[in-house]
Design a protein. Structure first.
Length: 173
């Protein structure tokens, strides 16, 4: 079925889409080659916006209109990862210590909760914890789940649990 140009009093073939609204919706109309050129010359996405509204839109567009946090903020997920998860201090052999061996303290309730969040047993080794963390990061990362806030919050919980276990392992050396 051929589309007819949606321009007033035009009966030519409409082969080109033109947006109806500025809200990035999927609403559009079909125009012929002549009228799409006219439309494009006259189209101004920012028509009716103040200078500050335009500046805010451009600034927001740099992050795909999603809220962001400063990297240095204390609750920033990546700041937590950078400062805690990646900090190994080259203690390669300490990775193999068990969480609940004879040489270690008893596991607290918070330790148990962190293990439960990551679906680990109390005798998990540091290597096992690290491998499980990598698997969970891949599974729950928002980029792998269409930016879902639910997955983002789940990943934050997992990261905090991982950091707790890491601190506990260092304390139990």
């Amino acid at each position: 079925m051929e589309n007819i140009c949606d321009w007033k009093n035009c009966n030519k073939s409409g082969n080109f889409k033109a947006p109806i609204e500025k809200d990035n919706s999927k609403k559009y109309r079909w125009l012929c080659a002549y009228h799409i050129k006219t439309f494009n010359k006259e189209w101004d996405y920012f028509d009716g916006m103040s200078e500050s509204e335009i500046q805010n839109f451009i600034k927001s567009d740099m992050t795909w209109h999603r809220p962001t946090q400063k990297f240095s903020s204390s609750d920033n997920f990546f700041n937590i990862v950078w400062n805690n998860v990646l900090d190994d201090n080259f203690k390669i052999f300490s990775k193999y210590k068990k969480l609940n061996s004879k040489n270690h303290k008893k596991i607290s309730q918070k330790d148990k909760e962190a293990l439960k969040i990551m679906n680990l047993s109390p005798d998990s080794s540091w290597i096992t914890i690290q491998k499980k963390f990598k698997i969970l990061v891949k599974k729950f990362h928002p980029d792998m789940n269409l930016g879902s806030k639910i997955y983002e919050n789940k990943l934050k919980t997992i990261t905090l649990a991982y950091n707790h276990l890491k601190i506990m392992m260092k304390a139990n050396k």
